[in-house]
Write a protein that binds this ligand. Structure first.
Ligand code: FAD
Ligand code: DLZ
Ligand code: SF4
Length: 507
């Protein structure tokens, strides 16, 4: 009988992960807590707890099913600190005939794994990750020969291919996309949905103590740790979302509100990215809610598009473009990341709220990431690599394959338009329309320059002026450039000077 050592990484916590396909008595599952993964960036404390606690629970679940699991803890004597070192030690311990793994989510780890068959005296089989709707090959086939890679085109193919929200060959309801209905601000007196959260059990509490002890200086607090860390909890979170928040997901997808970081968002990205939930089951449950008349089509289509469209698409971009993508800097942005990104201490209320929520929960929703912290980094010309590392550190759901294209491609336009047809640049008026942040801010969102003017206003016009050579030809920016070009030189210089003055103050 061939004895296999089966590797399960921290974001592969799915019972149907391909590494476990065909597992037999005598096989050993290897799971490894290693220093390299916990330190390659300074992860938020809650992200560390999430991954390690979920890994420990998953190991228990496998043992309960009768599998032998060799689980290496961070604190075990002899832990070499990286995957390759631990796999070598495990091969020496178990003397398997074969090593079976699933391709990792991150390029860095894939490179390390490529060398395993040379350094290990054992046959190595790395299988595709079948949890995604689109394989790497599927995405490459779609992308081949296309000048621009628009998510919307990819998404329609995925809809056709999966049959999700399809009525024959036609999209359910007649349209592919209902975003026109999905841009409502949060009504002033509307109560915020109450969301189910999860109390840490003994296993998680032990990890919380470990993280508090070993990573005291990492960003974030641990008082609020309440993420789902098991399949059982993740399913409860999915049920809660479908029942309480999905119906309003579409309407308020872009809304932002002080003191309410979650609103109608699903909060499922950590569970999805760890593998506790499968994208297929999540989309199927949402579709069912529409079929049952529980949630409207604009909500369900908007939600499914995030997973079937965006999540698959960014993974495709990442694997098609790495490793060069990491160095993308199409706008030559060269300002260091301001210190307030680590503390939330700024008098710009929008940034203070979003960063404060990030510190407390290791979470903020998409529009907060894109249009507050991302928009500021874009307008201020923050070095892409520094803002990209920041997103990778601070969010519980942050894995490079999903975080990097969102940051470099969507938030700061560092790929020059591969993903986005124009930069997501916005002045204070967008923030004022979609949130209540400005009412509690010391700046005046209506004021363009001068004492007390909202910094986003001057930054917006200065950004367009500064990046003329990169952006002027973009047809989607024709209108703002016409406005800018209609002003005299003094007025333009007024905005540029106000932006410079503000940014110099940050240094
Ligand atoms: P919901 O709004 O409820 O959306 C449902 C699901 O759709 C999410 O759980 C997620 O799996 C998926 N999804 C939504 N938007 C995207 C998107 N743009 N790309 C890929 N999947 C998406 N998402 C991550 O999972 N990890 C990251 O590290 C990450 N970094 C980001 C960085 C930036 C700069 C931006 C702008 C976005 C980033 N996103 C990332 C995408 C998105 O913001 C999060 O997936 C979402 O906020 C997670 O919260 P939720 O589960 O409540 O999402
Ligand atoms: C994010 C993370 C952390 C913090 N720690 C571990 C770990 O100790 N062991 C592990 O297997 N995975 C961890 N992860 C997730 C990995 O970084 C993730 O599986 C790879 O980056 C995927 O390529
Ligand atoms: Fe942000 Fe400007 Fe509004 Fe203040 S006034 S919250 S800085 S957009």
């Amino acid at each position: 009988m061939v004895k296999a050592l089966r590797i399960v990484l921290g974001d592969q916590l799915s019972r149907d992960i391909s590494a476990l396909d065909g597992i037999e008595a005598g096989d050993v599952v290897l799971m490894m807590e290693v220093a390299e993964e916990t330190t390659y960036v300074g992860h938020h404390k809650q992200k560390l707890v999430l991954f390690l606690a979920a890994m420990r629970h998953f190991a228990e679940e496998l043992r309960d099913k009768g599998h032998e699991v060799d689980y290496i803890r961070l604190t075990d004597a002899g832990n070499t600190g990286d995957f390759t070192g631990e796999v070598k030690r495990a091969v020496a311990r178990h003397k398997p005939d074969q090593l079976v793994g699933t391709e990792p989510g991150e390029w860095r780890v894939a490179r390390a794994m490529e060398g395993w068959d040379k350094v290990l005296d054992v046959e190595v089989e790395i299988r595709p990750d079948t949890r995604f709707f689109a394989s790497h090959q599927r995405f490459a086939d779609w992308a081949r020969g296309r000048k621009s890679w628009r998510m919307e085109h990819f998404y329609r193919e995925m809809r056709r291919e999966t049959g999700l929200l399809m009525q024959g060959d036609e999209p359910a309801g007649g349209d592919w996309n209902y975003d026109g209905d999905n841009r409502k601000p949060w009504p002033r007196r509307k109560p915020v949905p109450h969301r189910r959260r999860f109390r840490p059990d003994d296993i998680t509490r032990e990890v919380i103590d470990l993280v508090a002890d070993r990573f005291p200086d990492n960003i974030g607090g641990l008082d609020h740790f309440d993420w789902p860390v098991t399949r059982h909890e993740a399913l409860a979170a999915l049920r809660d979302f479908i029942e309480t928040a999905l119906p309003g997901f579409g309407d308020y997808q872009d809304a932002m509100k002080t003191g309410a970081p979650f609103l109608n968002h699903s909060l499922l990205s950590p569970a999805l990215n760890l593998g506790l939930l499968s994208p297929r089951e999540v989309c199927a449950r949402a579709e069912q809610a529409w079929q049952d008349g529980h949630a409207p089509l604009n909500a369900v289509e908007g939600f499914i598009r995030q997973i079937l469209g965006w999540r698959e698409y960014v993974r495709g971009v990442y694997w098609a473009k790495m490793p060069g993508y990491a160095a993308a800097d199409a706008l030559d942005a060269d300002r260091p990341l301001p210190a307030f990104y680590w503390t939330g201490k700024t008098d710009m209320a929008c940034l203070a709220h979003v960063i404060g929520d990030t510190i407390d929960h290791a979470y903020s929703h998409h529009i907060q990431r894109l249009m507050i912290t991302g928009n500021f980094a874009l307008l201020a010309g923050i070095r892409p690599r520094e803002i990209e590392r920041w997103y990778l550190e601070v969010y519980a759901d942050a894995l490079e394959w999903v975080e990097m294209p969102n940051t470099l491609g969507m938030a700061v336009f560092a790929d020059g338009g591969l993903m986005a047809s124009k930069p997501y640049a916005a002045s204070g008026s967008y923030i004022s329309k979609m949130s209540d942040f400005c009412t509690g801010c010391s700046y005046d969102v209506k004021k363009k320059t001068g004492e007390g003017a909202c910094p986003f206003n001057a930054l917006y016009w200065a950004f367009l002026d500064r990046n003329r050579k990169h952006l002027k030809g973009n047809p989607r920016l024709a209108m703002p450039y016409r406005t800018l070009d209609g002003w005299d030189a003094d007025r333009r210089e007024g905005y540029a000077a106000a932006a410079r003055h503000f940014l110099d103050g940050l240094d």
